[in-house]
Design a protein around this ligand. Structure first.
Ligand SMILES: [Zn+2]
Length: 289
């Protein structure tokens, strides 16, 4: 009897000690939170309002990486500054770069005369079908790091994936009638969302790492807003909002404030679907007549 009690206590303890999981940005933290469920909470490295492309690590971030058992991040395409610290500070952690995972189709960036394909748009979480694939991959990696809870991770990922399918159907219904109405995006980060829901992308103010645009490019976009080819200019925290005024001045083109990270949404379970729903509302509101 005592042996059984001791054994039960041992199981209870081991089930409670989920690995220490670190994630990069809020949407990935949200997906990992869904997969971990009641087993624990991941740690978020980047504050939700930080600029993912250009971030300066704090000493406390170094400690977070040093303590990690598992690091789940989008990958060097989104946060190039994170690769070297991971090598140096988390050499023994299990590392999952979602951009390098299987089971989804990366979107290639076609910029100018760059003929060697292979530059991947890193903002892939903005397609819920990609998030669906990533939930399964996250469950596999967590299950390998923590085999006793592998089944729970798989069940949680399955549950999240089912509600993800419902979310996609809801948004597709909302966006259906708006196809053909042109959008200018704040930076080249929304292609996955646009492709998933048939949004007509006419261009982006800045490129995929949110660098400042040149005058010729702005003139080209301004032509689109004046000609009526574009009905909505979206702005996000990574671009200067005055570009929006410049592009829409003297036209009926509307401005949408969008957010690819979910800075104003509570962290954890539920952030991801709330982020995608919010983005759909922001864009459909701007595209509607
Ligand atoms: Zn970006």
């Amino acid at each position: 009897m005592r042996l059984i009690a001791a054994f039960a206590a041992l199981i209870a303890t081991s089930a409670e000690t989920a690995p220490n999981v670190v994630t990069d940005i809020a949407p990935i933290h949200g997906l990992v939170s869904e997969v971990m469920g009641g087993l624990g909470s991941p740690t978020l490295l980047l504050p939700a309002n930080a600029d993912a492309h250009h971030y300066t690590m704090r000493p406390s971030d170094a400690q977070v990486l040093a303590d990690a058992d598992v690091v789940i991040w989008v990958g060097a395409g989104l946060t190039p500054w994170l690769e070297a610290p991971l090598d140096a500070l988390s050499p023994d952690a299990t590392r999952l770069a979602l951009l390098l995972s299987d089971g989804w189709t990366p979107r290639e960036l076609h910029d100018g005369d760059d003929h060697d394909h292979g530059v991947i748009d890193p903002h892939a979480w903005l397609d819920p079908a990609v998030a669906y694939a990533w939930l399964g991959t996250i469950a596999q990696v967590l299950g390998a790091a923590d085999p006793e809870n592998a089944e729970t991770y798989a069940d949680n990922a399955e549950r999240a994936a089912v509600s993800n399918v419902e979310l996609r159907l809801d948004i597709a219904a909302k966006m259906e009638s708006l196809t053909g109405r042109g959008v200018i995006w704040p930076h080249d980060a929304y292609g996955y969302f646009a492709d998933a829901f048939g949004v007509t992308s006419m261009g982006a103010i800045s490129d995929s790492d949110a660098a400042a645009p040149g005058p010729a490019h702005i003139a080209e976009l301004r032509k689109m807003t004046q000609s009526g080819d574009v009905v909505c200019v979206a702005l996000d925290p990574e671009v200067n909002p005055s570009w929006g005024d410049l592009l829409t001045e003297g036209t009926d083109v509307k401005i949408a404030r969008v957010d690819p990270i979910g800075a104003d949404i509570p962290l954890g379970v539920g952030l991801y679907p709330a982020l995608i729903s919010q983005l759909a509302d922001q864009i459909s509101g701007c595209l509607a007549e």
